[in-house]
Design a protein around this ligand. Structure first.
Ligand code: PMP
Length: 325
């Protein structure tokens, strides 16, 4: 079983099956709208914003990548807390930008080092909350201070927001001129294979991202399924997210009983510091349990990241861990 990528382990949303069967074939012969008009309308309704506030991309990866290219020139600094989502420094390098990691604050909350991030002078600061891979969240006070004092754009990646208790920062995207919040259909909505993500921000920010994005980033099928999920499957998504969170905390109890101390998490995963994580990860894989291995994470050291979903999967992971530790 694969617990390595923080996707929805309960599967894909119910309306996807109907849309693919009833509409999928008919849609194949025609182009989608260049800038995803149907998807934008559905996102705007779901997020409570105007269509002008919405951009979309081939996964939120693409929205992040386009934002880096929209707001930065080769050689510019992009700052981000460390550790965080590994694709950000990778995208930065691909666009000849300078990635500058700023360690999360020491201590159990792992909040943002606001002064450290501001001191980089970056024209774009990336913040992921809940943060991948730690699962920890940025405090509202720290994030608002960062947004108020940043010299440029603050991109807030909320790929895991559906699992938080009140850690939603869409309000900042609605009210601040320099905030772009990115979200995805890949995690709680169970549609990682579709490659659909979106961003919300002031119309002028969104327009810049769209210029870097270019047209035709979605397939007709991807757009149709994402629209139906956002329109019809929100209760299903919320039920899956609630169960993933409940099982995350149950898993935490089981890990503690093994002498491990996972970080506090508001995502659908737990980061568990474990010495010799590579060896442990390989031994788990031999038992058909695939988790994500991290070595030497700043402030954490070696760790395993375990995606959370149905309890039988969590229980099998615990059993395998008990055998290999
Ligand atoms: N942001 C974070 C924090 C993620 O963990 C991921 C996926 N691993 C993404 C963005 C990208 O997701 P997608 O491109 O599937 O929307």
């Amino acid at each position: 079983m694969d617990l390595s990528d923080n996707t929805n382990l309960f599967g894909a949303p119910p309306s996807a099956d109907r849309v693919l069967r009833e509409e999928g074939f008919l849609k194949l012969s025609r182009y989608p709208g260049g800038y995803a008009p149907d998807l934008k309308r559905a996102v705007a309704r779901y997020a409570g914003v105007a269509v002008e506030n919405v951009t979309t991309g081939c996964g939120s990866d693409d929205v992040i990548d386009c934002a880096l290219r929209a707001f930065l020139e080769p050689g510019d600094v992009v700052a981000f807390p460390d550790p965080t989502f590994v694709m950000v420094p990778m995208f930065a390098r691909l666009s000849a930008l300078k990635p500058v990691p700023v360690p999360l604050r020491a201590g159990s909350d792992l909040d943002l080092d606001v002064e450290g991030l501001l001191a980089t002078g970056a024209k774009l600061i990336y913040v992921c909350t809940p943060n991948n891979p730690t699962g920890t969240v940025a405090s509202r006070a720290a994030l608002e201070r960062l947004v108020d004092q940043a010299r440029g754009v603050v991109l807030i990646d909320q790929a895991y927001v559906e699992f938080t208790r009140g850690g939603d920062f869409l309000d900042l995207a609605r009210t601040r001129p320099n905030v772009l919040v990115t979200r995805t259909m890949s995690k709680a909505f169970g549609l990682a294979g579709l490659r659909v993500g979106w961003g919300v921000g002031a119309p002028s920010l969104v327009a810049e991202v769209e210029k870097a994005r270019g047209p035709y980033k979605h397939t007709t099928l991807g757009e149709a399924v994402a629209v139906s999920a956002l329109t019809e499957d929100v209760p299903w998504m919320e039920a899956c997210a609630a169960e993933a969170v409940e099982n995350r905390e149950r898993l935490r109890g089981g890990l503690r009983a093994l002498g491990l101390e996972p970080l506090p998490s508001e995502g659908n995963f737990l980061l568990v510091p474990v010495p010799e994580a590579r060896r442990v990860g390989e031994a788990l894989r031999e038992r058909n349990v695939n988790v994500r291995v991290f070595e030497g994470l700043t402030g954490v050291g070696d760790a395993l990241r375990i995606g959370c979903g149905p309890w039988p999967l969590m229980s099998s992971a615990l059993k395998a861990l008990k055998e290999v530790l």
